[in-house]
Design a protein around this ligand. Structure first.
Ligand code: GDP
Length: 423
């Protein structure tokens, strides 16, 4: 059976935590898009782990983890992430980690180009994570990228680099005036960080197809959320890949399989990293308190996240484009001390009330219509059944469940593995 775990909002919904929990019943966990711009924080009995590139199933010993062809892989970062996890007592071998030979390598010149462009933009910057993600996806579609499988063929790798580096230097050196890259320098980099990964590189599409046909459970793990999808998100403040369920089988290498269970991870309030329209945004003390309570600082960058109340318009749209059939609602406990809980129920666009998520300039000028629900002022962290929750917490959940029109099956009341209510 093929299951996906995807973000309903702007990312940082707690997908890593939910994959860590729900991967128990899975055999294989697959990352199908994005790169090390992701930051999944997982807390379990072994400690606290931040995962950028590795699928969250890596923390369970008996799971196979796949990095799919839809990903972009900074091999230097991956080697360091693997070393960091091994230091934390996690075993990583070619038996539990498989990297697609078709995944794209994110190279040092991509990282440089990302930083140079953000610096050039100055005040108009996008809020890029500066990890080379948008340049490397652009390389992919211009067919001027290196794939993981090329690492296995040094002569071919050299010939690819010879063409690509000349072209890249037109931007890096001639346009931005930065130092040029050399083929020899890059080959050294590949030697240092590509060689240790050789045994992990394989055709993961065939591997997954066989696993599914043999009746194994495979889980697709998304990075970021629906509103960051390159097609359906808040373009241009999106990521450079498709974060949605529908892309999952493509980015995993199994376009012949359908996702049977799409679990959307949705947070009880809103957060957004970086620039772009964020209609439900809160400011001042109210925002600062929520940010502190929720620990809303980027796992990959440490940047304070913008925060807001739950956004019905954006979340209902997120459920729709994800094709979610059930929801995992996270961070209920963060609202425990809030007297009145803001919920953005519709938008006002040029004086018109709108309940379908707008795009482009209509979204930029949208104003929130906010209602306040009663808080519960009581800790929920030890609740393990829906009936144990304070009545106002139950009402809050039922309110947003009805508003987004998707069943809330899981409710998370803490970061730890067992802090969960299953309805
Ligand atoms: P992801 O990228 O979607 O996996 O989300 P992040 O890792 O960026 O953010 C989720 C953060 O919230 C992590 O630090 C989690 O440990 C934490 N977290 C997840 N669920 C809960 C919850 O229900 N309550 C609390 N207090 N923290 C949670």
């Amino acid at each position: 059976m093929l299951t996906s775990i995807v973000g309903i909002n702007w990312g940082d919904e707690g997908k890593g935590r939910m994959v860590d929990l729900l991967s128990e019943s899975q055999d294989v966990v697959v990352r199908y898009q994005g790169g090390n711009n992701a930051g999944h924080t997982v807390i379990n009995e072994k400690g606290k782990f931040v995962l950028n590139l590795l699928p969250s199933g890596i923390l369970r010993e008996d799971k196979v983890n796949v990095m799919g062809n839809g990903m972009v892989v900074d091999i230097e970062h991956l080697c360091k992430e693997i070393a960091r996890l091994r230091d934390g007592g996690i075993s990583i071998t070619p038996a539990n980690l498989k990297i697609s030979d078709k995944a794209i390598v994110c190279c040092p010149y991509d990282v440089a180009q990302d930083c140079l462009e953000e610096d050039r933009l100055g005040d108009k910057k996008f809020g890029s994570t500066r990890r080379g993600i948008s340049p490397v996806y652009a390389d992919k579609y211009m067919k001027k990228a290196i794939r993981m499988g090329d690492i296995l063929h040094p002569e071919y790798l050299r010939s690819r680099l010879e063409t690509i580096v000349d072209w890249k230097n037109l931007m890096i050196k001639d346009a931005y005036g930065a130092e040029a890259y050399t083929v020899e320098g890059l080959l050294e980099w590949f030697d240092k960080y590509g060689t240790p990964l050789k045994d992990y590189i394989c055709d993961t599409g065939y591997y997954l197809d066989k696993a599914l046909k043999a009746g194994k459970n495979v889980m697709l793990e998304a990075q970021l959320g629906a509103l960051r999808d390159i097609d359906f998100g808040i373009y241009p403040y999106t990521t450079s890949s498709n974060t949605i369920t529908a892309y999952g089988p493509v980015g995993a290498g199994i376009p012949n399989h359908k996702v049977e269970n799409a679990i959307g991870v949705m947070k009880t309030y809103s957060t957004c990293v970086g620039e772009g329209p964020f209609t439900a945004e809160m400011f001042g003390n109210e925002a600062e308190e929520l940010r502190k309570a929720g620990g809303e600082y980027g796992a990959a960058t440490g940047r304070p996240r913008r925060v807001g109340g739950f956004d019905v318009v954006a979340s209902k749209y997120g459920c729709m484009v994800q094709g979610a059939n059930e929801i995992a609602l996270t961070k209920l406990d963060i609202l425990d001390t809030m007297a009145k809980i803001p919920v953005c129920v519709s938008y006002d666009v040029n004086g018109e009330t709108v309940d379908e998520f707008p795009s482009g300039e209509a979204l930029n000028i949208a104003k929130p219509n906010v209602v306040y629900l009663d808080g519960w002022n009581e800790s929920t962290v030890n609740c393990r059944k829906f009936e144990d929750l304070p009545l106002n917490a139950q009402k809050y959940i039922e309110f947003i469940e009805k508003a987004v029109d998707c069943k809330i099956k899981y409710i998370s009341v803490g970061a730890e593995r067992d802090a969960i209510i299953v309805r």
